[in-house]
Design a protein around this ligand. Structure first.
Ligand code: ADP
Ligand code: MG
Length: 690
């Protein structure tokens, strides 16, 4: 239940003075629907107005003058209204575009003294203020603030109106009980919550707007702590749920021994962490973070074998049919060799075939289900689902993951992700999961030679491609979806395929997102069988598909991609022992930053390192496609500028829950207010990031 003290902040924004039916939707777009959202709307600039005389006026500065109105000059045609003024040191022209110039004269008659303020511009030999911000009689001079916070605005809602609303919201803000540790506040020099907000809305300098300002850091820390606390609570809640105890057994050892390779150290570590969870009798929630090709699937397979050996069932869910099929092909053989039956269930299963698979799952005859979204449909029932594995977990919504887990009681969860996340951000995304990192590649991979080539030289790339294809090589050619219209992008991809067919020969295929699963599968199968040499694709091959014979990756408009995505695409090649290469085609000129970003890819093959550097280079923002990966939309916290605070908030949250699991102490009560304030509650799945 929401504490009463927060009621004023959770009232609709329409309760603010001046927010009527016209303004409300605009304000909602800008800030949000409630008073709190307006309160949290920070100014993004400050204007300092300095008093000046015309003789000392500085072009480009915002200055204030005391002048006398000398004359009005009516406009001719599209000219502005001009008001000539004089301040004893020189002439200043005020210009007004639009029709309302005529209304000025009665309000500011010739001969009257006025204080005017605005940005000084030069127009020919004249100094002018175009549409001054202020034009008041001398006895109203106090109405012009020396410092003024500039708020975000939108059409129909100017910054100064927004500022008025924000300040009114500030007046509604109550003093709240302190939820932070006083010693920590003192050490960091953080002001109290209300004081921080007052400072936020009355910045005294530019520095007050920076993420490094103590009051901004305080608010950011509040937000991060609220989030970390919610995730830690969720993790603790799950741990309290008893779940099937699953012991590692001889069957999975035998399957491992049969593999044509040895597990890497990182795979062994991940597997033993999973086994530790599975035998604990508590519900597991673990994520395997591992670069493309790091061998996550095998690890999941061995854990599934343990589950099967102890009499339970597992489900492995992948975001696309192609991937599900590939997983099935990887798993079903090794499992079957040791008496474990797997079935593949996708949207393509129909009729009697599907009925038979459903029966096998419901009876427990099949111990492993591999599939797509088809796995969590209502008709699918398991005999004893104990273990859910979700590949490329960020491609699924929270609800979808939960629907699959709900097919069993207290189902252990293993999520897998190939999107490298910098360590500093891991807690933010996955604070409610335990994370195993596979940070080592299987041996025998040759690094992919990577180079950036301007689009003007695409002819050379095509010629080179023709030569290597003649020798039996295979290549991916990625035409990204970048324009507003998918149709235009699709056309571009079709054109590229046609052009390559002309230059290279008939073995050029095209796969894109508008095709049905069956059509995509058919093309992919031809590529895997070598019937197609060059596969032109929009980004559908991005995720997980394994074609070991492909050794060349060409990416058009590479500068448009996030680095993590480029890295993942490149990971499609270089899987065998043969020399592989990646060509990043770009539209010149490249900005210095874009140049640096493409350079990182040439220098390293370590996804985590790439993600880390990308974050540094971009200075946060959406470098890593964070939003798509479910990164929370914070109000105050900046994942880059406040990255030092993320880890502290994580530790703090754990400590708080260890001492006061139910948040009943006075500080605990205050922390509940904090969680409400930011909508980060243990049970709020809507804002769930993991
Ligand atoms: P991921 O899902 O992490 O991208 P996969 O599980 O698809 O990677 O593995 C990629 C390829 O590497 C597969 O062909 C797999 O058989 C192979 N592989 C996995 N582990 C090893 C290992 N330890 N040594 C050699 N090859 C491995
Ligand atoms: Mg995979």
């Amino acid at each position: 239940m929401r504490p009463e003290i927060l009621f004023p902040l959770f009232a609709p924004a329409t309760t603010l003075k001046g927010v009527g039916p016209r303004v409300a939707p605009l304000l909602e777009k800008l800030a949000g629907p409630i008073v709190r959202d307006v309160l949290f709307l920070a100014p993004h600039a400050v204007i300092r107005r300095r008093p000046a005389t015309v003789a000392t006026a500085l072009e480009g500065e915002v200055q204030t003058f005391e002048v006398e109105i000398e004359a009005y000059v009516k406009p001719r045609g599209a000219q502005p209204w001009k008001v000539r003024t004089f301040d004893g040191t020189g002439f200043l022209t005020l210009t007004f575009f639009g029709s309302f110039g005529a209304q000025l004269e009665p309000r500011h008659p010739v001969g009257s003294k006025r204080i005017v303020s605005g940005k000084v511009e030069r127009y020919g030999s004249e100094l002018q203020l175009a549409h001054p911000d202020y034009m008041v009689a001398p006895d109203k001079a106090h109405e012009i603030p020396e410092l003024e916070a500039v708020y975000p605005a939108t059409a129909g809602l100017p910054p100064r109106t927004v500022r008025k609303f924000a300040h009114e919201a500030l007046e509604r803000a109550p003093e709240l009980p302190e939820w932070q540790d006083p010693a920590w506040l003192a050490r960091e020099g953080f002001p109290a919550w209300k004081a921080s907000l007052i400072r936020l809305h009355s910045p005294a300098t530019e520095a007050d707007l920076l993420p490094t300002a103590p009051h901004v850091r305080r608010l950011a820390y509040d937000e991060l702590l609220a989030h970390q606390l919610a995730m830690a609570q969720r993790k603790a809640d799950r741990r309290r749920e008893p779940a099937a105890k699953i012991l590692a057994g001889p069957i999975s050892d035998r399957i491992e021994a049969d593999l044509p390779f040895r597990l890497t150290g990182a795979q062994i570590r991940a597997l033993s962490e999973i086994r530790g969870d599975l035998m604990a009798g508590e519900r597991m929630s673990r994520l395997i973070q591992g670069d493309v090709g790091s061998g996550k699937t095998v690890v999941a397979m061995l854990a599934m074998a343990d589950v099967a050996a102890s009499g339970g069932q597992s489900a492995l869910m992948a975001p696309t049919e192609i991937l599900a099929r590939q997983h099935f092909e990887t798993l079903s053989g090794p499992l079957a060799a040791h008496g474990i039956t797997a079935v593949l269930l996708t949207g393509r299963d129909k009729g009697a075939g599907r009925a038979e698979k459903l029966r096998a799952l419901a009876s427990g005859e099949a111990q492993v289900a591999v599939g797509t979204h088809a796995l969590f449909q209502d008709e699918v029932a398991f005999h004893r689902l104990e273990f859910a594995v979700i590949d490329e977990q960020h491609r699924f919504g929270v609800a979808e993951r939960q629907r699959l887990q709900a097919k069993g009681a207290a189902t252990h969860l293993l999520a897998m992700s190939a999107t490298p996340i910098p360590r500093t951000l891991e807690l933010t995304l996955y604070g409610d999961l335990d994370v195993s990192r596979i940070d080592e590649k299987p041996p025998g991979r040759t690094p992919v030679a990577t180079r950036a080539v301007p689009m003007g030289r695409v002819g050379e790339v095509e010629a080179r491609l023709r030569a290597v294809v003649a020798e039996g090589a295979q290549a991916f050619w990625i035409c990204p979806l970048v324009s507003e219209s998918e149709l235009i992008d699709l056309k571009a991809a079709e054109q590229r395929a046609a052009e390559l067919r002309e230059r290279i020969g008939p073995g050029v295929g095209l796969v894109h997102g508008k095709m049905t699963g069956a059509e995509k599968d058919a093309v992919m199968a031809d590529f895997a069988d070598g019937k197609i040499s060059v596969l032109v694709a929009t980004t559908v091959v991005e995720v997980g598909v394994n074609v070991p014979n492909a050794t060349i990756m060409v990416i058009e408009q590479a500068e448009r991609f996030g680095l993590a995505q480029l890295h993942q695409l490149r990971g499609r090649v270089g899987r065998g022992r043969r020399e592989s290469s990646c060509v990043l085609l770009y539209d010149p000129p490249l900005s210095e930053n874009a140049q640096k970003r493409l350079d990182i890819l040439r220098r390293t093959d370590d996804g985590f390192q790439i993600a880390e550097t990308d974050l540094e280079l971009r200075g946060g923002g959406d470098a890593l496609g964070l939003k798509q990966s479910g990164f929370p939309a914070y109000v105050f916290a900046d994942p880059f500028a406040h990255r030092d605070l993320i880890a502290v908030a994580g530790d703090d949250a754990r400590l708080i829950l260890a001492r006061d699991p139910e948040l009943t102490s006075p500080r605990g009560q205050a922390l509940r207010v904090l969680q409400e304030l930011f909508d980060w509650r243990a049970a709020s799945t809507l804002k769930d990031a993991g």
